[in-house]
Write a protein that binds this ligand. Structure first.
Ligand SMILES: [Mn+2]
Length: 381
């Protein structure tokens, strides 16, 4: 029995306020639905962040309803849990999934703490039970562990859907709620969302923990992993005791992060254009540029970059790392009065005499009415 595991589709996401970005996100979803039908999967499981926000636009809702029609026509259930993005931020609001599931019967939703704790898929004599828990924020950590501990998976094969941060993958403060060791036993496949890049883990008991990732590039950090591993979903065959997983890719609009030396912008543009010619995708790429070099050349370089138009979907300055090379950077002095030290430090930071004088004045008179007036003057400089 084969299912399709997808996640973090973020329908409605519109980065850089670009129409093409919103379209691309819908297009990736369209390709996933095509894959589901082509591969004759028994179900599509989606591990959260179906929508980019908990109040999706009518357009995002319509795309979802229209694109999943083909599943309903083929009797393929769409089973999902809410992620952090589509969790209401207001107590009385409801999950968009409840509208689509409870009210319209278009999808099957699992929350983990409601009456329905699993959906069963049957093929021949094999029973596959799909469990799922909605995303729970840090404040509900204990509740999450409690629900995990209460699960009694009793299908021939059992799948658990989660949308949480794991310490092993996101080892930062407040970024994780679970450790792999917290996972209850008895599941063959832990279907995970939240992290946007693909991760596959084989656990000691032979079960699989797979983070499906987002099928389009939602944030710049996803560009590098996309270039290495592609994006899409996972086909999961649950026929045997150990699941077989196979990543399946969708065609994603190429995105590149490129450094550009503003001092030599024309040859940099030539280099970029020949690099773009080597891309295999028919879609025009998105360029994220990191500007380097003398900031005095930046304005001219920005004008020259318009040569890229027509070759790219769009380009943007991702980071400006140009520097003012005319300022002599000398180390600040280490002896003298506090004021002298501050003045020398500020000069080394590139402030001119007049600015330094005003800053020192503002510091000295910080608790008087004059301070505001000084700061206003400074802002006008
Ligand atoms: Mn997400």
């Amino acid at each position: 029995m084969q299912i399709l595991h997808i996640s973090d589709t973020h329908l409605g996401s519109r980065r850089y306020n670009r129409e093409s970005r919103e379209e691309d996100v819908y297009n990736a979803f369209h390709q996933l639905m095509e894959i589901a039908v082509r591969e004759h999967v028994k179900a599509v499981i989606h591990t959260g962040d179906l929508f980019d926000v908990y109040k999706p636009s009518n357009r995002a809702l319509k795309v979802f309803v229209d694109e999943t029609r083909v599943l309903r026509e083929n009797g393929v259930p769409f089973i999902t849990i809410p992620g952090d993005h589509d969790t209401p931020k207001v107590r009385e609001e409801v999950y968009p999934q409840r509208l689509l599931g409870d009210s319209l019967g278009l999808i099957k939703v699992l929350l983990g703490d409601s009456e329905k704790s699993f959906y069963e898929l049957r093929e021949d004599n094999l029973s596959v039970k799909i469990y799922g828990i909605r995303n729970m924020s840090n404040v509900f950590k204990e509740r999450l562990l409690q629900i995990l501990g209460s699960l009694k998976p009793d299908g021939d094969r059992n799948v658990l859907m989660l949308h949480q941060g794991f310490r092993e993958m996101l080892p930062y403060d407040n970024a994780w709620q679970l450790e792999i060791g917290n996972l209850p036993k008895g599941f063959q496949y832990y279907a995970c969302g939240h992290v946007h890049s693909r991760i596959e883990n084989v656990l000691p008991d032979g079960s699989r923990l797979v983070v499906a990732g987002s099928p389009e590039i939602i944030r710049e950090e996803e560009i590098e992993p996309w270039a290495k591993k592609g994006k899409g979903g996972y086909l999961v065959d649950l026929s045997g005791k150990e699941p077989l997983t196979q990543p399946i890719n969708v065609d994603v609009r190429p995105q590149l992060v490129e450094k550009v030396r503003v001092d030599d912008v024309d040859s940099e543009i030539d280099r970029l254009l020949s690099k773009l010619q080597g891309l295999s995708s028919k879609r025009k790429p998105i360029l994220h540029l990191i500007l380097e070099g003398d900031s005095a050349r930046r304005a001219v370089a920005l004008k020259r970059l318009s040569r890229l138009e027509g070759y790219v979907d769009f380009y943007r300055v991702y980071k400006d790392e140009t520097i003012d090379v005319r300022e002599k950077v000398s180390p600040p002095q280490t002896q003298g009065s506090v004021e002298e030290l501050m003045a020398s430090y500020l000069k080394a930071q590139g402030y001119n005499e007049g600015e330094v004088k005003l800053i020192l004045e503002a510091v000295e008179k910080y608790d008087s009415d004059e301070a505001l007036e000084i700061l206003r003057k400074f802002a006008e400089m």
